[in-house]
Design a protein around this ligand. Structure first.
Ligand SMILES: [Zn+2]
Ligand SMILES: [Zn+2]
Length: 344
């Protein structure tokens, strides 16, 4: 079968690789009909996240189940399914607390040996461990490209907002309008937030945020702090989502958030950084951090996609063939696309 494999920094190619086979009773095999190219694929592409040469990339997928192990009960052969970007065991200390994103035995598709040696979804077939926890049937009426947001990007935007208690009347600032930031904007509005201030430097992304119902603010040509003050009787927003992952964004997030508010850090941090703890402490801010718990959230996210309360279809900017994956990565690397959907 064909699969998109990592060949070295800046190099992917479509290879013929062996077809997956069921090895344990909890697994399923999915014929992938659509897969996404994601910002985390780009980290691998750039060589910042090391994986083995020849490893198959991709962790966002929708397809049809072609085989299940005898222990799988939630999905069956022939079902149209989507899956989460990671797996969890369902049995460890963390899974028992539904902190599936911190599972001791969790694995991530398409991220090489360090994250569990799980071959990726940018392929014709995908082996899915613990299918009862990882896969869901796609509700009728949802397109492939909308459904594949549930297992990663929208799940992450949902987590970033919902875990902070955003509800009717809330005010929210979202820093960084990549796909996750734009999904966070949608979730905040869908949950009833009345002020959503969306900050970025790219005009097209600001315009998209405006079309979703947010107030767009250009990071450098305008003044986000003044905009937040004007929108909140000078208090600051209840919640700021940092969907950037840069010390400057985190600093701004702490300044935009009101006293006793919450900063939701969904942008990725791996290094030490300087944080003005005086601001965090004096304002009594809560910091929420880490990967999104997409397995916990996948059902409510799917419900909202099915009802149309959330609709990420405007974020899909490119449809390409799996065979054109090398070009897709180049396009994504040039930041010309928000979300690319690949089809075999
Ligand atoms: Zn992703
Ligand atoms: Zn676990």
């Amino acid at each position: 079968m064909r699969a998109v494999t990592f060949q070295g920094a800046g190099q992917v190619r479509v290879d013929d690789v062996g077809e997956p086979e069921l090895t344990t009773a909890d697994e399923a095999i999915v014929r992938v009909e659509a897969s996404g190219v994601c910002g985390s694929d780009l980290h691998i592409y750039h060589g910042r996240v090391a994986i083995e040469q020849g490893f198959t990339l991709g962790h966002e997928y929708v397809g049809t189940v072609t085989a299940v192990g005898e222990g799988v009960s939630r999905v069956a052969e022939g079902d149209r399914v989507l899956g989460t970007y990671c797996t969890a065991c369902g049995e460890c200390f963390f899974c028992e607390r539904r902190d599936f994103h911190k599972c001791d035995n969790g694995r991530v598709f398409g991220h090489g040996a360090t994250l569990g040696s799980l071959q990726g979804a940018q392929a014709e077939l995908l082996l899915v461990p613990n299918a009862d926890l990882t896969l869901r049937e796609v509700p009728d009426g949802i397109s492939d490209e909308v459904a594949l947001f549930a297992g990663d990007v929208m799940g992450t935007g949902y987590h970033a907002v919902i875990e902070t208690g955003v509800g009717p009347g809330s005010s929210v600032a979202v820093l960084g309008l990549g796909p996750v930031g734009l999904c966070a904007v949608q979730v905040a509005l869908a949950e009833g937030a009345t002020k959503v201030i969306a900050v970025d430097t790219v005009d097209a992304r600001l315009e998209l945020a405006r079309s979703l119902g947010a107030e767009p603010v250009h990071l450098t040509e305008e003044d986000p702090r003044a905009a937040v003050k004007a929108a909140t009787e000078k208090r600051g927003v209840d919640v700021t989502v940092d969907a950037v992952g840069h010390p400057d964004a985190l600093d701004l997030a702490c300044r935009l958030t009101r006293k006793a508010g919450t900063v939701s850090v969904t942008g990725v941090y791996a290094e030490r950084l300087e944080l003005h703890m005086g601001i965090v402490w004096i304002k009594a801010l809560t910091l929420k951090t880490g990967h999104a718990n997409v397995i916990k959230h996948v059902d409510p996210v799917l419900e909202r996609l099915a009802s149309g309360a959330l609709d990420p279809s405007s974020l899909v900017t490119h449809h390409m063939k799996l065979d054109d994956a090398a070009e897709a990565y180049e396009v994504y690397d040039r930041r010309e696309a928000l979300k690319i959907v690949l089809r075999p």
